[in-house]
Design a protein around this ligand. Sequence first.
Ligand SMILES: Nc1ncnc2c1ncn2[C@@H]1O[C@H](COP(=O)(O)OP(=O)(O)OP(=O)(O)O)[C@@H](O)[C@H]1O
Length: 627
Amino acid sequence: MATGNINVSVENIFPLIKKFLYSDHEIFLRELISNATDATLKLKHLTSIGEAGVEYGNPTIEVRIDKEKKQLIISDKGIGMTREEVEKYINQVAFSGAEEFLEKYKDSAKDSGIIGHFGLGFYSAFMVANKVEIITKSYKDEPAAHWVCEGTTEFTLEEADKKTHGTDIILHINEDDKEFLEEHRIEQLLVKYNKFMPIPIKFGTKEETIELPEDAPEDAKPETKTVDNIINNTNPAWTKQPTELENKDYNEFYRELYPMQFEEPLFHIHLNVDYPFNLTGILYFPKMGQDMNIQKDKIQLYQNQVYVTDNVEGIVPEFLTMLRGVIDSPDIPLNVSRSYLQADGAVKKISSYITRKVADKLKSLFNNNREDFEKKWNDIKIVIEYGMLSEDKFFEKAQAFALYPTVDNKYYTFEEFTEKIKDNQTDKDGNKVILYASNEDAQHSYIEAATEKGYEVLLLDSPIVSHLLQKLESTEEKISFVRVDSDHVDNLIKKDEEKISKLTDEEKEKLKADFEKVIPAEKYSIQLEAMDSNAAPLIITQPEFMRRMKEMQQTGGGMFGMGNMPEMYNLVVNTNHELISEILNSKTAKKQERLIKQSLDLAKLSQNLLKGEELTAFIKRSFEMVK
Ligand SMILES: Nc1ncnc2c1ncn2[C@@H]1O[C@H](COP(=O)(O)OP(=O)(O)OP(=O)(O)O)[C@@H](O)[C@H]1O
C-alpha cells in the first residue's frame, strides 16, 4: 500500500472548495457523471479503432444510494485508470485544476455576476463527502487500484480486486449534506443536469406495464415487469440532423423539454454550426400574444449534452430570451463573470449567429407561406418588434417580413403599405402620413371617420409600438405616424385645401371666449376649425407627440419628464356645425353654459373620458333634458 501527500501548493484546499462553492453543492453529481461519461466515450472510441482488447457492449452509468453506509456510488464501465494514472490524473492533474480554479475565482469573486458552474471536476465531490474512494480498473490488463482520501492532502493507494474495467466512485456523504442520500433529490438532480447525456444513466428500477397482445381476452390484466430506471434520452433531437426530423419530432422534443407545457410551439429553428464556433440547438417560438412579461429563462444551455444553466443572458440576444429551447455549445466560457462573457468575442459571434438564424427562418416562413405567417403574426410580433428595436441588424432584416395589419385585417410589409397609401395620404409637405389606431373599440369613431375619408388605418396594439414608430420615423425618409384620435380627421393629413368658415373673425373670437369661460384652461386648449357641417361639433384629441412620449416613458424610454406631464387635450370646435352657431347665439349665459357642458360631456364620452361623478351628473342632466 502507498500513502503519500497530494502535491498541491494551495494549503487547506478542501475548506476552500467547500466555502467558495457553498451555494452550488449539487453540481458535484454533474461533474462525476460527466467524468463517467467521458471515460465511457473514450472506451467507445478506443474499441472502435481496435485499440482496446475489451468488448464495448452497451455500457450504462449507474448511480446508487446506500443509506445504511451513508454512501452515494457512481459506477461506470469506461476505460478506468491504472494505478499510475490515478497518481497522475487524480493526485496531480485534478488538484492542479482545482488550484487553478481557485486562483481564477479570487478575481472574479469581486464581480457579483458569477455563473455558478465551474467545471471543478472530480474534487467537487469533497463539497458533499468527507471521504471519497475510487475503485478503478483500466481496460488495459493491469490490476485494479483503490484510492481513498478523507478530505485532507493525504491519500492512500492500494491494489483492489475489481475484475471488470471501469470506475466506482464512492462518496461518504457529510452529515450536513444528507439530502444527497434521498432518492427523490438525486433523481431530481439527474433529471436536471443529465437528462440528455449520451450514455444511459441507471438509477434504481421501475415497474413497466407489458402491452397485452391484440387477441388478449377483454378481462385480461396487463402484467408489469421490473426494468432499469434510465434517466436520460441519449439521443436528443438537437444532436440530429434537421433532415432526420419531422415537425412532429420537434414538437415531441418540445414536450420532453417542457412536460408541463400543453400548448404546441408555433415553429422551431434548428441551429447547427461548427465553424468558427461549435453550436447546435433548437429554438421554439411559443404563443406569446401581448404579454411582454412572458416567462424568460426558458432556454436551456448545455455543453456536450450536459445541462449548465437556464440563464442565457449575454449569450442569446435579450429579445430572444422570450423563446424556448436548447442551445449546446462547448465554446462558451463558463467560469467567468457575466460582464466578461458579454465582451467575449466567441460569445458575441454566437449571439449574432443566433439573431441571423432567427431572422432567416422568419423570412423563409414569410416567403413560403405568407398566409400562415399572417395568422401567427399576433403571437410572434412582440419578439420581432422588440428585436427590431434592440438590434439594428435584425431591424434591417425584419423589413422583409415584419407586418403591419390594418383595422380591416389585411397585412402589409412596410414597403407595401407605404406604396399603397402614397397617393391618398401624402400631406402638403410631401410626408407620407401613416394613420394607426391602438384600440379598435376605444378609437372607433376616429377610425370610422378616417376610413370614410378613404384612408387606410393600421392597428398597432403592442405595448412597445410607440418606440417602434419612433424608430421607423427616424430611419425612413419622409414618413410620420399619426394616431387617428390625435386630431380631427381633416387635420390628420394636412393638405392644401381652403376651408370655408361660416363664422366671421369677430364671431370666432367671441365663440372662443365663451368656451374659455366654461372649459378649464389647464385641461383643454381650444382650437376652432372650419369642418364639414356633418362632422361632430366638438372633438377631443390628444396631440401625437405628447401622447407618444408619455407612452414611451411608461414602457421605458421617451423624453425625460414627459411621463409626469398632466393630461392635456385639444378641444376642436367645428365652427360650421349648427350646434356651435346655436351656442354662439344663445340668449342667456346660463343656456350657453349648459349647451357647452353637455356637448363637452358627449365629446368626452366618445373618447371614453367621462367617468365617475361627471358621468353620473351627465346622465342625470340628460334625463332632465329629454323629459
Ligand atoms: N470515472 C473516471 N474514469 C476514468 N478516468 C477518470 C474518471 N474520473 C476522472 N478521471 C480522470 O481524472 C482526470 C481528472 O478529472 P477531473 O474531473 O478533475 O478533471 P477533467 O474531467 O479533466 O476536467 P473538468 O475540470 O472539466 O471536469 C480526468 O481527466 C480523467 O483522466
